[in-house]
Design a protein around this ligand. Structure first.
Ligand SMILES: [Zn+2]
Length: 277
């Protein structure tokens, strides 16, 4: 099967990058938050800002972050990866140690570069942070075509029911994306990632008719990251506990139906019988 997993960001850095060094003072890990934007996401044609976290365990990529400062603009090429993570918590009722495993979707950078140095902007103002944030939003809006891009080919492995109240509709599905690259920071045995996709409006209604488990799609979209409160219960006594979880999902511009899709025959059968001449 064809493989694709490509992210391209142009965004504003929201913190000084957190860099970790080993005993020899060599940087081996880097982490930063970046604000990106995409053009209209739903039938109301609203633009959508998102603050994804970019983490790398690759020393070469972490070094690229060393000259970045809060409010600078940078471009990034990366891939979407998923990882199972255990998040233990002690139950305050019965002191049992719960160890739920959850899946995280990560943005793994391959290349990063500063594209706009903001260190001298508004440097004498008392309201520097506020001005740089406002300026950043303005710059991002004018770059919404290139700020937040993801291209993936995946096979549907899970689908939710279509939610449709007549005016708005949403559909969520999970895709299996085969890795076409090897990550230094990853487990070499992991060959597949499982990101979630969310569709709105007529696109959601159409996909609910056309897609099923095992359908293969190409998605041209963007990444959306949000903080969600997830309820979990103590395995031993049932005590309710809330975990804050950072969730990243794909919000498509378009979905191309490649294989095993329930399309009317005339949509994909090309007719070669009527060539002129
Ligand atoms: Zn308990």
């Amino acid at each position: 099967m064809a493989k694709a997993n490509y992210i391209s960001f142009l965004g504003q850095i929201l913190n000084d990058p957190q860099l970790k060094m080993n005993q020899n003072s060599e940087i081996f890990q880097g982490r930063l938050v970046m604000k990106v934007v995409r053009r209209f996401v739903d039938e109301n044609r609203r633009i959508e800002f998102s603050d994804p976290i970019i983490v790398t365990g690759n020393p070469k990529v972490a070094k690229m972050m060393t000259n970045f400062k809060k409010w600078d603009f940078c471009s990034m090429k990366g891939v979407l990866t998923t990882m199972n993570v255990t998040r233990s918590w002690f139950c305050p009722e019965c002191e049992y140690r719960n160890q739920p495993v959850g899946m995280y979707t990560l943005i793994t950078p391959i290349f990063m570069e500063k594209t706009m140095d903001m260190s001298h902007a508004f440097s004498t103002s008392d309201e520097r942070d506020q001005l740089l944030e406002t300026e950043g939003i303005k710059i991002l809006k004018s770059h919404n075509e290139v700020s937040n891009i993801v291209h993936v080919i995946g096979t549907v492995c899970k689908m939710t029911e279509l939610y449709d109240n007549g005016t708005s509709a949403t559909l969520n599905f999970q895709i299996a994306v085969n890795r076409s690259y090897r990550l230094i920071e990853g487990d070499p045995d992991v060959k597949t990632d499982y990101p979630w996709v969310r569709l709105y409006g007529d696109k959601a209604r159409e996909a609910a008719r056309v897609l099923s488990v095992n359908s293969t799609v190409f998605i041209d979209g963007s990444i959306y990251t949000k903080m969600v409160k997830k309820k979990t219960y103590c395995e031993k006594c049932g005590y309710e506990h809330v975990i804050n979880e950072l969730v990243s999902e794909i919000h498509p511009y378009s979905v191309e139906y490649l294989h095993n899709c329930n399309l009317p025959a005339d949509e994909y059968t090309e007719d070669y019988t009527n060539f002129p001449g």
